[in-house]
Write a protein that binds this ligand. Structure first.
Ligand code: C5P
Length: 401
């Protein structure tokens, strides 16, 4: 589900050094097939030429109320009407002050005053400007009027200071808008998603693990959150950031994942176990670093708890989804797991196939249901597969309700 497709996003660009990040956001929005219409203030044009924004947005850039791009329209009213959302980035202290006080002295502020669309501000400025009582008060006024904000980050500022005031990155702006426009069809559901590999320590410096990156589980957690579900991400050693997920429980071992899952389980409506949990651990973990000797070495491995099996045995209302990462006899192994773990459905993927499974952004999967029905899916992005998995969970949830 591409929430941004064909959406008209009007971007008001002000004169702040964070302006370069807006180009990245526009590039991402265009890849998602959104229509981007840029308004630049006079000061913004001192930083970057309109040509750059015109090329990036693939649309004419709007600069002046008295010099419209299209003579047929009263420009600010037209832009105010077509906007599905207006984003102001970087939102400077000056433009924030003007909007908070109802000014309409340039094309951007006039458009904001004339619109009924949601307005999202991404402030970017020096910490002292941000923390000035005047700016604080202006921001409060705008919050009370339902303007939305992308919070600033702390760090190195262009002026040489360290502190708060860095504008959100292009990816954060993009993610915000993606979430903003996603239909909240999972609102009211609470889901637990496990992701990534667990590790089986050998000694304080070594461990056994697998190639799982956590990308699939993260994609499910992200899409579930965007679709309005309350999400708990139970994360092993992810090789990616769990950006945007507020409730992340980090664990290392299968035992730790088991304990966390047991605790959360009674509260959730659905569990999606996409983690590649270690099936074995060392019987005795070495307390100190093992020293090499001239001899070969054998390690005795014992079973870890099968988390999903336990959850299946203690199922009350929960919809349970498992993953089967196999290298052969996919269908056969996957079906056996549905029964042995009491699952509602399983997502089976052959981790040996090209562009699928561990570490990739794409996956090729088959969904097999408890009643034997199955859906064979073509190669797709993991986020797309995440949506299909969540659609099926939603259908089952509706049946229970
Ligand atoms: O039986 P197998 O381990 O191959 O099943 C894979 C599914 O079971 C995955 O969903 C995985 O997250 C889950 N699993 C588990 N506990 C384990 C091993 C796997 O919950 N110890």
């Amino acid at each position: 589900m591409n929430s941004l497709k064909n959406k008209n996003i009007v971007i008001g660009v002000c004169g702040g050094i964070a302006i370069y990040k807006v180009l990245d956001a526009i590039s991402r929005l265009r890849k998602a097939e959104a229509n981007v219409h840029v308004i630049m203030t006079k000061d913004a044009q001192e930083f970057i030429k309109p040509l750059t924004f015109m090329t990036m947005s693939n649309n004419p850039v709007h600069l002046d109320i008295f010099d419209p791009v299209d003579e047929r329209f009263v420009e600010h009213i037209h832009l105010a009407k077509i906007a599905d959302a207006i984003l102001i980035a970087p939102a400077t202290a000056n433009t924030i002050a003007k909007i908070a006080n109802g000014f309409a002295d340039n094309l951007l502020t006039a458009t904001v005053l004339a619109t009924k669309a949601p307005v999202i501000l991404a402030p970017g400025m020096n910490s002292n400007m941000l923390n000035n009582p005047a700016t604080i008060q202006n921001l409060e006024v705008l919050k009370s009027r339902s303007f939305k904000f992308l919070s600033t980050n702390s760090g190195f500022l262009a002026c040489g200071d360290y502190g708060d005031g860095r504008m959100a990155e292009g990816i954060e702006i993009y993610n915000y808008l993606d979430e903003f426009f996603t239909k909240k069809d999972l609102a009211g559901m609470k889901v637990l998603v496990s992701a990534g590999p667990t590790i089986a320590p050998i000694d304080p410096v070594r461990y056994i693990t697998n190639h799982s990156s956590g990308k699939m589980g993260y994609a499910i957690a992200k899409r579930a959150k965007y679709r309005g579900a309350e999400v708990v991400l139970l994360a092993g050693k992810l090789s990616i950031e769990a950006e945007g997920i507020d409730n992340v429980i980090r664990v290392d071992t299968a035992d730790e994942m088991f304990e966390a899952a047991k605790e959360i389980y009674p509260d959730v409506d659905a569990v999606i176990m996409s983690a590649a949990v270690s099936d074995y651990k060392l019987e005795n973990v070495y307390e100190d670093k093992m020293k090499k000797t001239g001899d070969d070495l054998s390690l005795k491995l014992i079973r870890t708890p099968d988390i999903l099996k336990y959850l299946g045995e203690h199922k009350t209302k929960q919809i349970l989804v498992g993953f089967a990462a196999e290298t052969k006899d996919l269908h056969h192994y996957a079906k056996a797991k549905i029964e042995s773990k009491n699952l509602d459905f399983i997502v089976a993927n052959n981790v040996k196939s090209k562009d699928a499974g561990f570490g990739h952004d794409t996956n090729i999967a088959e969904i097999i249901f408890e009643n034997g029905e199955n859906i064979q899916l073509p190669k797709m992005q993991k986020v797309e597969l995440a949506d299909i998995i969540l659609d099926n969970i939603k259908n089952l949830y509706k049946e229970i309700d």
